[in-house]
Design a protein around this ligand. Structure first.
Ligand code: GAR
Length: 197
C-alpha cells in the first residue's frame, strides 16, 4: 500500500481528484495519510476533513524563520512515514533538505506542458495568463518528479489541451484542470503505486 502525503495551498481540486480516484478505484494500493497546507484558509483542508483524512496547517507565518518552518514541515512528513509526497497546488518552494531526504519520492502537478511556462514565477493563474499572452494554441499539464530545481525533474505524464478563441486565464485554467490535471495526477499516482513509473 502506497502511503502518501498531499501538500496543498488552495482550493484542493487536485486533492479531490485523488480522493475520488481512490474511491472509484482508478487509483489502487494507495492511502492518503495526511494533507498539509501552508495556508490555514485553504479549502483543501476542509476536503481532507470531510473525508476523514488528517488535515494539518504548517504556515511559515507561525515560525520565526524559514529554516524553522522547513524543519517543522520535514518533521511532520516524517511523522506520517509516507512513501510518496504529492505536491497538488503547493505554492511553497520545497526545502532542499526535504528534496534530498525524499529523492525520487516527490511528484508535482504543473498546469502547462513543461518546459513551456514553468519555473520561477509561473504558478496558478499566472501560467495561463502567460500562455494566452504568447498566443499558444495548445497548452496542458505535466506531472513530474521533483528535484532541486524549479519544475526541472523527470516528466512522468503530460496531457495537451487546446486553447480556444475568447479564452480568459480563468476559463483556460478550468479547462486544463478538467481535461488534464484531474486525469494525469491520479493516473501518475496509480502508476507509482503499481510500480509502473
Ligand atoms: C493547479 O492548477 C496546479 O496545477 C497549480 O495550482 C493549482 C492548484 O489548484 N500548481 C502550480 O501552479 C504549481 N507550480 P487546486 O488547489 O484546485 O488543486
Amino acid at each position: 500500500m502506497l502511503k502518501i502525503a498531499v501538500l496543498v495551498s488552495g482550493g484542493g481540486t487536485n486533492l479531490q481528484a485523488i480522493i475520488d480516484g481512490i474511491h472509484d478505484k482508478t487509483i489502487t494500493n494507495t492511502e492518503i495519510k495526511v494533507v498539509i497546507s501552508n495556508n490555514a484558509g485553504a479549502y483543501a483542508l476542509e476536503r481532507a476533513k470531510n473525508n476523514g483524512i488528517d488535515a494539518v496547517c504548517i504556515s511559515p507565518k507561525n515560525f520565526e524563520s524559514r529554516e524553522v518552518f522547513n524543519d517543522a514541515l520535514l518533521e511532520k512528513i516524517d511523522e506520517y512515514g509516507v512513501d510518496l509526497i504529492v505536491l497538488a497546488g503547493f505554492l511553497v518552494k520545497i526545502p532542499e533538505k526535504l528534496v534530498e531526504k525524499y529523492a525520487g519520492k516527490i511528484i508535482n502537478i504543473h498546469p502547462s506542458l513543461i518546459p513551456s511556462f514553468c519555473g520561477v514565477g509561473y504558478y496558478g493563474l499566472k501560467v495561463h495568463e502567460a500562455a494566452l499572452a504568447r498566443g499558444v494554441k495548445v497548452t496542458g499539464a505535466t506531472v513530474h518528479y521533483v528535484d532541486s530545481g524549479m519544475d526541472t525533474g523527470p516528466i512522468i505524464l503530460q496531457k495537451a489541451v487546446y486553447v480556444e478563441d475568447g479564452d480568459t486565464p480563468e476559463i483556460l485554467q478550468k479547462r486544463v484542470m478538467e481535461q488534464a490535471e484531474w486525469k494525469i495526477l491520479p493516473q501518475a499516482i496509480n502508476m507509482i503505486a503499481n510500480q509502473k513509473a
